[in-house]
Design a protein around this ligand. Structure first.
Ligand SMILES: [Zn+2]
Length: 233
């Protein structure tokens, strides 16, 4: 049977329950979340405590103490309560963070959110809950890789101003951007330790067998889910 989700060794080492779905778990687009019950059973969470937001490529991070049903506009959530925070993506980075003491965050970081600083906003939001950045672990989910993320000069310039090494020019006619290097660098600047960042996920566009990709499949693309459980059990 095909794997429905996988986890990051960096988060698993701290005992954090979380996962990144593959297309074998189904699509988690909007209300069409047929695989949720099944996923909850397999990953060990109650779908009743699932929290989602209306993702808008911004930097707002909501601090939650009760389940949220995806009505509020935001691109990140934090909690220290026993909730399951989840973000959807097809090529954007689903970023999960945890301090190993029950404080967790889930973030949707496309290129706009990345250059706007959502990774740092999430670390700051976790610090407001009492987390120490030196203890925070982060994992980037399956997302479009530098192999496939061709961008225009305007987008390249915005990344160059923020994290120059995230812009790749080599021999290709148009610049490519590495969202992993960009987010990893921003997390390091926010105080995370290098060994606490898992930033080598598979490329969604390259791996059609396992992942949905907006660049490859267009608007009909399904979406992956990145989920993480907060609270201490
Ligand atoms: Zn690729």
């Amino acid at each position: 049977m095909m794997q429905r989700f996988h986890s990051s060794p960096v988060l698993a080492a701290a005992g954090v329950r979380h996962g990144f779905t593959t297309r074998h778990a189904g699509s988690f687009k909007g209300a069409a979340q047929e695989g949720l019950h099944h996923l909850g059973q397999e990953a060990g969470f109650d779908p009743q405590v699932l929290c989602q937001v209306r993702q808008v490529h911004g930097t707002r991070v909501l601090a939650l103490t009760a389940p949220a049903r995806g009505l509020e506009e935001a691109d990140g959530m934090t909690t220290a309560a026993p909730l399951c925070l989840a973000v959807q993506s097809a090529d954007c980075v689903g970023l999960l963070l945890a301090d190993g003491r029950g404080r967790v965050a889930a973030v949707h970081a496309g290129w706009r959110g990345t250059v706007a600083g959502i990774a740092q906003a999430a670390v700051q939001a976790l610090m407001q809950l009492g987390a120490d950045p030196a203890e925070i672990r982060a994992a980037l989910g399956p997302s479009i890789g530098p192999c496939c993320f061709e961008v225009g000069e305007e987008v390249a310039a915005r990344f160059a101003a923020l994290v120059p090494e995230a812009v790749l020019r080599s021999d290709r006619p148009r610049p490519h951007v590495d969202l992993r290097i960009a987010n990893r660098t921003l997390l390091l600047r926010a105080g995370l330790r290098p060994g606490h960042i898992d930033a080598a996920p598979p490329c969604t566009r390259c791996q059609a067998e396992h992942y949905f990709s907006y660049r490859r499949d267009g608007a009909r693309s399904g979406q992956q889910l990145a989920f993480i459980l907060g609270g201490t059990t």
